[in-house]
Write a protein that binds this ligand. Structure first.
Ligand code: MRU
Length: 373
């Protein structure tokens, strides 16, 4: 049985419009933002209405279609040339997640060499490519789930951070896909979700989707995670990733690094789950990963109320980098990678496994409705 059936779909593309689940309104409301222009999609990505590395990759691909549909080009060559310029603001809407630029570049590649085609034909090719990226993402999530589920023992207590679930992807998630697959195999689990300050993806989104999936979940303040490990209440830590360098250093939501350090100290295995679209082999290690810094209001205010005295500075990086040496294994759609990662990552990427056949997108309810908070 698919544990994610009751989780709303992150996005859908219909009649030339992109509908994005507005995750800023979760868990109180499930409402979709209709995007007709690339600017609307970029705005949704920037303010985290759609978020999670794989999901912003899919949204970015559809945003390229929105751009192509609005460029008034007389011929294919003009369309492709204008599209390249239109694609850059999409690819750079958020800098840390590798999937966004990866997806936009794949879209441009789909149009490459098609200058002789009509604008209508190129738009159809782009729509098909974005749909394929979305379907492949769903398939990669399912494969990550299958590959990772064997790492979960019946009765496991799993600590996770941020949201690496269905709502962060075009499918069932990365880290949480492993949980959903294990649950489907009849394993019982208890998940601890860090609240994930400042935007509360753990409290609002992970807790929401695990609850909808019927998986017991307990939310804790980020600062309580080490004490939970000290009390021997965590069997494994399982998180997603935004970008993984060639040596296995992992950028993920701010706070991941301190979890990995605590996990090492207390002897708790620390696993990362991510699709190959999150790997960036152009970076030899994590020192070159660009970390997004977010506005100070995100930590200086809560619900519009100032909690940090006026004039006091804030430090608000959205991500940190966990060194490969703290990571027990990396779960991908092509298998589970063990250290040393420079070798296992290179082997996996070189294997050039053909992408899995496009599957139907998972059936989940996508209603616009109010949900009891
Ligand atoms: O700022 P966000 O909410 O986009 O950050 C998301 C994360 O850090 C996730 O852990 C990561 O993207 C993996 S999602 C499968």
């Amino acid at each position: 049985m698919d544990a994610t059936t009751n989780i709303p779909r992150t996005m859908r593309f219909e009649d030339g419009r992109l509908f994005l689940l507005d995750q800023t309104r979760l868990p109180g409301e499930t409402a979709y933002i209709p995007c007709e222009t690339p600017e609307e999609a970029i705005d949704a990505i920037k303010r985290l209405a759609v978020r999670g590395a794989p999901a912003i990759g899919c949204a970015g691909a559809y945003a390229v279609v929105l751009a192509a549909n609005r460029i008034p080009a007389p011929d294919g060559a003009a369309l492709i040339s204008a599209l390249k310029a239109a694609a850059e603001p999409i690819a750079s809407a958020r800098p840390t997640a590798a999937n966004l630029r990866w997806a936009v570049e794949r879209m441009l590649k789909a149009a490459e060499g098609k200058e002789g085609f009509s604008p209508g034909e190129i738009r159809a090719i782009l729509t098909a490519e974005a749909t394929k990226i979305h379907a492949e993402d769903a398939e990669m999530c399912a494969a990550i789930g299958r590959n990772g589920a064997r790492l979960i023992k019946d009765g496991a207590r799993v600590l996770t951070h941020c949201n690496a679930g269905a709502l962060a992807t075009g499918g069932t998630g990365t880290a949480l896909a492993v949980i959903y697959e294990a649950a489907g195999n009849g394993k019982r689990m208890e998940v601890y979700a860090d609240e994930t300050r400042p935007l509360l993806q753990g409290a609002r989104i992970t807790a929401y989707e695990l609850n909808a999936a019927g998986i017991p979940v307990t939310v804790l303040c980020d600062g309580a995670a080490a004490s939970l490990m000290a009390a021997s209440c965590v069997d494994i830590v399982l998180v997603g990733a935004d970008r993984i360098a060639a040596n296995g250093d992992v950028a993920n939501k701010i706070g991941t690094l301190q979890l990995a350090i605590a996990a090492r100290y207390y002897g708790v295995p620390f696993y990362v789950a991510a699709p190959t679209s999150t790997f960036d082999l152009s970076l030899p290690d994590g020192s070159g990963i660009r970390i997004e810094h977010r506005p100070q209001e995100e930590i200086a205010t809560i619900d519009g109320h100032r909690i940090v005295p006026a004039g006091v500075m804030t430090y608000n990086p959205a991500f940190d980098v966990t060194p490969a040496g703290l990571i027990s294994a990396i779960i991908t759609e092509r298998g589970v990678l063990d250290p040393p990662y420079r070798q296992s990552i290179a082997d996996m990427m070189l294997r050039k496994q053909p992408p899995p056949p496009p599957a139907a997108l998972p059936k989940r309810h996508g209603k616009t409705e109010k949900i009891e908070g």
